[in-house]
Design a protein around this ligand. Structure first.
Ligand SMILES: *Cc1c(COP(=O)(O)O)cnc(C)c1O
Length: 404
């Protein structure tokens, strides 16, 4: 098992106090905390090798370019992409998804269909709606059951030769449900549809293997996996990235520019216009190294223990309901207490140092399904402890007494 206290010492913020109480950070689904090695790597970049990349012949520019490209290869290996040029640096999941939907604007026709799931984050709904509006394609939605699981029979029935894209998250941010994406990808491919997986909530907990999954696109953010904000990755299969038009025009994404005609650079640069978040891209590699050093097997063991303990302890509270009771779950517990608004509980336990998210978690359709305004979401990371969960349960009990 992991030495949790030793790991906690890597994260300076975990020894902070909030409202005079030791911080219990259970908002990992919104963003993870950062280990000192990641914080230091940002400063080291600016102190030692800051320069623009892919441009200068001078030594610093070479060093910065090398570090950036080494990070790309590191991430390629992490997700098992076939080529490093299939790994695009982005500013996050949202950017990656919009890059793809923008590209499909030149591919989809009226009558084509895009299938999304009812478990999606707004950033994997709205760009597809905008795409459908632009192209005349139709949006279809995979329904879910009371356990928060997608209904695969209904998904099968949605597929036809009209289906051009299927998109679904790997793990739901609002409920923690892990979706059967391998099945979904296989079925979608059988009708010739492309598949984008929103991996934002998966990458903190597991190592996706994009070749084994056989997805066409896989988007994620750096900041939920111990990396800096403003970083992210869009993996795309080479053939798809060659097919899609560039997202933004500018420097670095061209081969040759004249006023008559511009030719685009090869992958990955075709999709990386302008000066990127160089420090962020490099340090995302540091974060990936950090997680791999801990080991995803160890991370999962710890998180499974946290999830089991939290589920059991929370259900001791009368009137408490957990949303997302499906079997296959990541370390997220979304809940409400009868007759009490989630926001009120969140505010009271915040005074006790406990950080959870309350609200619709950018997934309003899920809240509409359950006819609730929102939930209290506690999302755990490997650096959380059983004692912290007990502290949360006590705080929730106290809040319940105060509010009822
Ligand atoms: C956080 C999240 C996003 C959006 O990520 P950004 O970093 O805000 O771009 C998309 N999908 C899911 C499932 C998420 O959890």
């Amino acid at each position: 098992m992991l030495d949790i206290q030793k790991i906690r010492a890597d994260f300076p913020i975990l020894s902070e106090k909030v409202n005079g109480k030791p911080l219990v950070y259970f908002d990992n689904g919104a963003t993870s905390q950062k280990p000192q090695i990641v914080i230091d790597a940002i400063a080291t970049y600016y102190q030692e090798i800051n320069a623009n990349i892919h441009r200068g012949v001078h030594t610093l520019s070479q060093l910065a370019t090398d570090a950036y490209e080494i990070s790309r290869v590191k991430i390629q290996h992490h997700i098992n992409a076939k080529f490093s040029h299939e790994v695009l640096f982005t500013s996050g999941t949202t950017f990656g998804i919009n890059l793809v939907t923008n590209g499909f604007a030149s591919i989809l026709k009226p009558g084509d269909e895009v299938v999304v799931s009812s478990l999606e984050h707004h950033s994997n709904i709205v760009p597809w709606q905008m795409l459908c509006e632009k192209t005349g394609a139709t949006l279809k939605v995979i329904p879910m059951n009371e356990e928060g699981e997608l209904i695969m029979e209904a998904f099968d029935a949605l597929l036809s030769e009209k289906t051009k894209v299927v998109t679904v998250n790997h793990i739901s941010n609002a409920l923690g449900i892990i979706n059967p994406i391998k099945y979904i990808i296989e079925k979608a491919h059988a009708v010739g549809a492309a598949v984008l997986i929103d991996g934002a909530q998966a990458v903190p907990h597991l190592k996706p293997d994009v070749q084994d999954l056989d997805c066409d696109f896989y988007a994620f953010s750096g900041h939920k996996m111990c990396g800096p904000t403003g970083t992210g990755i869009l993996y795309g299969k080479e053939e798809w990235l060659n097919k899609l038009p560039p997202y933004q025009g500018g420097g670095e994404m061209i081969k040759e520019v004249t006023f008559e005609k511009t030719t685009y650079a090869d992958l990955p640069h075709k999709f990386e216009a302008g000066t990127p978040n160089i420090a962020g891209g490099i340090v995302l590699g540091t974060a990936v190294d950090y997680l791999n050093n801990i080991g995803f097997d160890n991370i999962q063991k710890q998180e499974e223990a946290l999830l089991a303990h939290a589920t059991k302890r929370l259900l001791e509270i009368e009137g408490l309901r957990i949303y997302g009771t499906g079997k296959n779950k990541a370390s997220v517990v979304s809940f409400n207490i009868d007759g009490i608004h989630p926001y009120d509980i969140g505010s009271i336990i915040d005074k006790l140092g406990i950080a959870v998210r309350t609200g619709h978690h950018c997934a309003q359709p899920i809240m509409n399904f359950f006819c609730i305004p929102g939930t209290i979401r506690a999302s755990f990371s490997f650096y959380n402890t059983i004692e912290e969960i007990d502290a949360m349960v006590e705080a929730v009990k106290k809040a319940k007494t105060m509010l009822s």
